[in-house]
Design a protein around this ligand. Structure first.
Ligand code: F6P
Length: 340
């Protein structure tokens, strides 16, 4: 059996452990592995490398992906899906492991519907994939944001300022919510729940009287009342490039204007997506990688390795890509205990 592996979409810590999990389990079962480079681009253009023990022996603690990645969508290219199928044939691939978020796994699901033998491994720092409790990358990226919060509180408290930290997460607020809860921040702006800026300004003034500083976490995709329409740039999967929105800067300026308190903003950006994976992401990456190969060995194609409670199980890819997992009112109610 020959297995192809690819990593697509935004990279995140945990991908290398997942590749290692796949390769080691495949070798256990006497399978061979090749890695397609830069996600669906490599699978479309036939760009691949052999993957054996030598390639995965030193990668469990490395961020990023040794295979490279891209936001390339074969379904947006002339004859793209046919080219992927031809590549798999040319390389004599019996089954494919696609590691990614909703975009990469959405492509995997469409290919499965065309007859390609594919299984999925969920990854995204946004943690917005359905059918799995957590995705690797999330724990590391929030951990990194928490380090940034500690630094911002130190300098913000010294200068008696309001500090605003913009974090990634796209259209889901998980990264912002967990960062805010775990850093002791004073407000969080989420994409799922529109912020009333007046309420936020009043809360900040109130907090500031007591603490002489305040920390506000802004999710890059957050919305607020009376927001002006923005010009949008989109990627190949039709997603707005939120990094170019500059929401953290806007909010910091508005806070300063409305409250009269000196404010500064920081955008952690891609720094929260790189670096060594946390323990949680290493173990989760290894486990879902191993599970993906088990799914293949059992002939359970069109499935994804998912974390459900303490177990890693197979779930249909269709379920994983059906809808984004968003912060719900249960979590929002918890957040409101701390951020009024
Ligand atoms: O989906 C992961 C993510 O990190 C989002 O949180 C963010 O909006 C986006 O990718 C940034 O993408 P890029 O690396 O292409 O700028």
């Amino acid at each position: 059996m020959k297995i192809g592996i690819l990593t697509g979409g935004g990279d995140c810590p945990g991908l290398n452990p997942a590749i290692r999990g796949c390769v080691c389990k495949a070798l256990d079962l006497g399978y061979q592995c090749v890695g397609f480079l830069e996600g669906w681009k490599g699978a479309t253009e036939g760009n691949a490398i052999p993957l054996g023990l030598a390639e995965v022996q030193d990668i469990v603690d490395r961020g990023g992906t040794i295979l490279g990645t891209s936001r390339y969508n074969p379904f947006k290219k002339e004859g793209g899906p046919e080219k992927v199928e031809a590549t798999l044939k040319r390389f004599s691939i019996d089954a494919l492991v696609a590691m990614g978020g909703e975009d990469t796994l959405g492509v995997a699901h469409k290919l499965f519907q065309r007859g390609v033998k594919v299984v999925g491994v969920p990854k995204t720092m946004d943690n917005d994939l359905s059918a799995t409790d957590y995705t690797f990358g999330f724990d590391t990226s929030v951990t990194r944001a928490l380090e940034a919060c500690r630094a911002l509180i130190d300098t913000g408290a010294s200068h008696r300022r309001v500090m605003v930290l913009e974090v990634m997460g796209r259209h889901a607020g998980w990264v912002a919510l967990f960062t805010a809860l775990a850093s002791g921040a004073d407000w969080v702006m989420l994409p799922e729940f529109e912020t009333d800026l007046e309420v936020m300004y009043n809360h900040i003034k109130h907090v500031y009287q007591r603490k002489k500083y305040a920390l506000v976490i802004v999710s890059e995709g957050a919305h607020f009342k009376e927001e002006e329409a923005e010009k949008e740039q989109k990627d190949e999967f039709g997603h707005i490039i939120l990094q170019k929105r500059g929401l953290g800067e806007k909010i910091a300026k508005n806070i300063e204007k409305a409250t009269g308190i000196e404010s500064r903003y920081s955008v952690i950006g891609h720094m929260q997506r790189g670096g060594a994976p946390t323990l949680f992401d290493r173990i989760l990456g290894l486990r879902v990688g191993v599970k993906a190969i088990e799914l293949i060995s059992e002939g359970r194609f069109g499935m994804m390795a998912a974390l459900k409670g303490q177990e890693v199980v197979g779930v249909p890819l269709a379920q994983a890509v059906s809808a984004l997992k968003m912060v719900d009112s249960k979590w929002y109610d918890l957040a409101r205990v701390f951020f009024k």
